[in-house]
Write a protein that binds this ligand. Structure first.
Ligand SMILES: NC(=O)C1=CN([C@@H]2O[C@H](COP(=O)(O)OP(=O)(O)OC[C@H]3O[C@@H](n4cnc5c(N)ncnc54)[C@H](OP(=O)(O)O)[C@@H]3O)[C@@H](O)[C@H]2O)C=CC1
Ligand SMILES: CC(=O)[C@@H](O)[C@H](O)COP(=O)(O)O
Ligand SMILES: [Mn+2]
Length: 384
């Protein structure tokens, strides 16, 4: 029986993880669970999965939970999240929170030498170098990717040595605006940007997918997770989202992971690795129903998310953190109707231009750069 802490149980990854766990009650149990604002759904999940440790965004909601569940340990806020990452009784910590707010809980989980099932890609983008240093200090800790592309790359690499890997080929759906011109993107609405063609996900990642910043984040995430140079990472538009990514080896063989667009498989694999297990929760891909699998280049003139990420990644040090923080606030402002879609790129570009890169010698450096970048975006673009 593996005990799992889910950070972000009320989100898209969190609810999928609970379906995976529910289908395999004999193997997995939820020891801890965190939510931020969705108290109603959180209460339903607590009734069903009965975890010992809980964490919620506000002190007020924590008080409500304490009255309802006096026998449980209940934390709140960012400090509570850190405690949740460090629970002694957990075997696996699933980081299913959206944004750089997930960094510190991940750090705590590594220090406790846990398996981190990592969905929260912003952590590896903003703090990848720091996390990798920490993993060397705590060799029993491990990160197993949950992001579908990185799970696909990880699965495709099984049984091979690092020196045998030539290129990582990350597939992108192209997002809801695939094929559009800059002129057509000028006045797109939040509602239009939130229509992902293949995946049902949280709002932030869905906007990132429509700008292709998600693919940019994934390029940096892949570099940080697998130690492959940026020159050997390629992004290809594959609108069907059936091939979740591919690895090209030194003998030119390409190994791909193929499956239904369903996050339950990468989540379960991160729990069971190195084993594979069948489950009634997992969707099956019927190859006979597939009409075509196509690949094309990213239109970098229109969708600048990938190139900006390559730029930030190659500069390295604190620049990927700036890329991520500027994007997080830009997406928040776009969702609030305070900026236009194309301003997301403008904000990232300007924040990167203004930033003087620093060595990452502590977590404080990342926290400060994150804070300064967020402040700059709010000061210059927020309308309230
Ligand atoms: N959704 C997907 O299919 C995929 C997601 N990912 C990555 O996984 C992560 C989660 O994505 P997704 O599930 O879509 O996101 P959602 O927005 O659906 O869920 C986010 C979760 O985090 C909680 N949360 C939000 N803000 C905070 C905060 N400030 N402090 C603590 N908790 C917070 C939310 O709580 P509440 O709802 O209670 O407010 C919710 O439980 C992201 O990093 C994303 O990039 C990667 C690949 C695929
Ligand atoms: C499911 C998943 O991993 C997402 O990151 C997904 O890849 C988003 O789709 P895009 O390819 O449109 O960014
Ligand atoms: Mn992905």
């Amino acid at each position: 029986m593996k005990s799992i802490t889910i950070l972000g149980s009320t989100g898209s990854i969190g609810t999928n993880a609970l379906k995976v766990i529910e289908a395999k009650k004999e193997k997995f149990k939820v020891i801890g669970m965190s939510a931020y604002s969705n108290l109603e759904l959180f209460k339903e999940q607590i009734e069903k999965f009965n975890p010992k440790y809980l964490c919620i965004g506000s002190e007020k909601n924590a008080e409500i939970l304490k009255r309802l569940y006096p026998e449980k340990t209940i934390y709140f806020g960012d400090d509570g999240l850190k405690l949740m990452g460090a629970l002694d009784e957990a075997d696996i910590v699933l980081t299913a929170i959206s944004g750089a707010v997930g960094i510190e809980a991940t750090v705590e989980a590594i220090k406790k030498e846990k398996r981190v099932a990592l969905a929260n890609k912003e952590t590896m983008v903003a703090a990848g170098d720091y996390i990798n240093k920490l993993l060397k200090e705590y060799p029993k800790a491990e990160i197993i990717p949950v992001d579908s592309e990185h799970s696909a790359l990880f699965q495709s690499m099984q049984g091979s040595r690092k020196e045998e890997v030539k290129n990582l080929i990350i597939t992108a759906s192209g997002g809801t605006f695939r094929g559009k011109t800059l002129e057509e993107l000028k006045d797109v609405t939040v509602e239009e940007a939130l229509k992902h063609p293949n995946w049902s996900m949280g709002k932030k990642i869905t906007i990132d997918s429509s700008t292709l910043v998600n693919k940019g984040l994934e390029v940096i995430e892949a570099h940080m997770l697998f130690g492959v140079d940026y020159e050997n990472i390629e992004v290809l538009v594959h609108p069907q989202s059936i091939i979740h990514s591919m690895v090209e080896f030194v003998d030119n063989s390409i190994i791909a992971q193929i499956g239904a667009p369903d996050m339950k498989l990468p989540i379960q694999y991160a729990f069971t690795y190195p084993e594979r297990e069948g489950s009634s929760a997992l969707e099956r891909l019927n190859l006979k129903t597939l009409k075509e699998l196509t690949f094309s280049q990213v239109d970098n003139e229109v969708f600048k998310g990938v190139q900006l990420a390559f730029q930030a990644g190659k500069i390295g040090k604190t620049m990927p953190c700036v890329f991520n923080s500027a994007n997080e606030v830009a997406v928040e402002l776009f969702l609030k109707g305070q900026i236009k879609f194309l301003e997301i790129y403008e904000i990232i570009e300007k924040a990167m231009e203004l930033h003087k890169v620093k060595e990452i010698d502590s977590l404080e450096v990342i926290k400060n750069v994150d804070k300064e970048t967020r402040k700059w975006v709010y000061d210059n673009y927020a309308k309230d």
